[in-house]
Write a protein that binds this ligand. Structure first.
Ligand code: NAD
Ligand code: MG
Length: 394
């Protein structure tokens, strides 16, 4: 019987890539649950194509249009609305695999639900790990969930390490992780040269095609900072054993170094369908639609040190990981607010690290003993960042 796949964030960049891979394996994979934020028309298009058992829209105002659209299309797909419905579907019996591809902390509840329910969890939503990594990894262990990171760097590491019999990454003998970073659209610029960059310039990523939020994160290097924290939780590595290498060609997706001096890397074209196919097929290899790598055509692989002066977000993320407790939750929430305001033209590019740093100082790290504590830190950081922005530009 086909593996039943829930795609949360189905209309986004990762969701679309997932469905592209699913469509290549009709006997093996079935999109049984599709969920999206607010774009009912895009969700209905996907429903007509994939005929899932369930379709859910987070924005409750979209429910009538979703229900009526499904009926008009003659589909048996059941309509749902609201975050709680998505959470229930993620944990429910109509999926074996959950692709967590909602953007931001909004993805935490459904990701946690899938982990607790022991689903195969293809984790793209890195913000949930940054916000509540310990709780999420604990929930996955308790629930017996196989977590396959689909962030390309972490998927590379997952492939290099392989799994223990219980499905956890085989980290024995692992000395160090090196995450590669493309450097984003502004690689090589000084801090001064970043002051006037526009949202359109920031989302024009040189190597990857992605949603707007992660594209801005790539331009500030906050994406790499979030990924350092993500790697810490997924592979149990302390921050000082996680390095970052700028690699503009984006062909080496990350490296692992073992205690014997051996380094393994995973290479491939920059296309998320490879990582998604690894997760959907694991431990088997299945077709993804991505071609092989012609190194002669590419010719060279370059590596540089990241510029923490021009891109302080990466430094702030290392500091938040070191501080621990609620600090990563504050970092993530402040960043989400700052990026959203930047995309709306309400703040400048350099305000993003400034706001994050301001929030980390105003809300010092406290022990993160429960989900409530973390969600409270998230809410307070959002309020603080919004207040700062409102005061700066009334
Ligand atoms: P995107 O903006 O293209 O898509 C986001 C999806 O989430 C959309 O389907 C949207 O409808 C849905 N969504 C938004 N808010 C929601 C809510 N409150 N409830 C339910 N659904 C909601 O983003 P993306 O680029 O696909 O990124 C998704 C996640 O994957 C992010 O966490 C990102 O960091 C991570 N990721 C993306 C890439 C990539 O190549 N795009 C690579 C690595 C990791
Ligand atoms: Mg990545």
């Amino acid at each position: 019987m086909a593996m039943q796949v829930a795609v949360l964030g189905a209309t986004g960049s990762i969701g679309t890539s997932t469905l592209d891979v699913v469509a290549r394996h009709p006997g093996r994979l079935r999109a049984s649950v599709l969920a999206a934020g607010s774009n009912v028309d895009a969700l209905l298009d996907l429903c007509r194509r994939f005929e899932p058992l369930h379709a859910a829209i987070a924005d409750e105002a979209g429910y009538p249009a979703l229900r009526d659209g499904l009926r008009a299309a003659g589909l048996a797909t059941r309509a749902h609305a609201g975050a709680a419905a998505i959470e229930q579907l993620a944990a429910g019996e109509d999926c074996d695999t959950v692709v967590a591809a909602i953007v931001g902390a909004a993805g935490l509840a459904s990701t946690l639900a899938a982990a607790r329910a022991g689903k195969r969890l293809l984790l793209a939503n890195k913000e949930s790990l940054v916000l509540a990594g310990e709780l999420l990894m604990h929930a996955a262990r308790e629930g017996g969930a196989l977590v396959v990171p689909v962030d390309s760097e972490h998927n590379a590491i997952f492939q290099c390490l392989g799994c223990n019999p219980d499905g956890t990454p085989a980290t024995a003998g692992l000395a160090r992780i090196q995450l590669t970073a493309s450097g984003g659209p502004f690689r090589g610029r000084s801090r001064e040269e970043l002051a006037d960059v526009t949202p359109a310039q920031a989302v024009a990523h040189p190597k990857w095609s992605m949603g707007p939020k992660i594209s801005v994160d790539s331009a500030t290097l906050m994406n790499k900072g979030l990924e350092v924290i993500e790697a810490h939780h997924l592979f149990g590595m302390p921050g000082e054993r996680i390095g970052v290498l700028v690699h503009p060609q984006s062909l080496v997706h990350s490296l692992v170094e073992f205690t014997d001096g051996s380094t393994l890397a995973q290479l491939g074209l920059p296309d998320m369908r490879t990582a998604l196919a690894v997760g959907l097929g694991w431990p088997e290899r299945i077709r993804s639609g991505v071609g092989g790598l012609d190194l002669l055509q590419h010719g060279r692989l370059d590596f540089e040190r990241p510029d923490l002066d021009a891109f302080p977000c990466l430094r702030l993320a290392f500091e938040a990981l070191e501080a621990g407790g609620t600090a990563p939750a504050v970092l993530n929430a402040a960043n989400e607010v700052a990026v959203s305001c930047f995309l709306q033209g309400r703040t400048g590019f350099l305000d993003i690290p400034a706001l994050v740093e301001d929030c980390l100082q105003a809300l010092p790290a406290a022990p993160a003993d429960s989900l409530e504590t973390l969600l409270d830190a998230d809410a307070r950081a959002r309020a603080h960042a919004s207040d700062r922005i409102a005061r700066a530009r009334p």
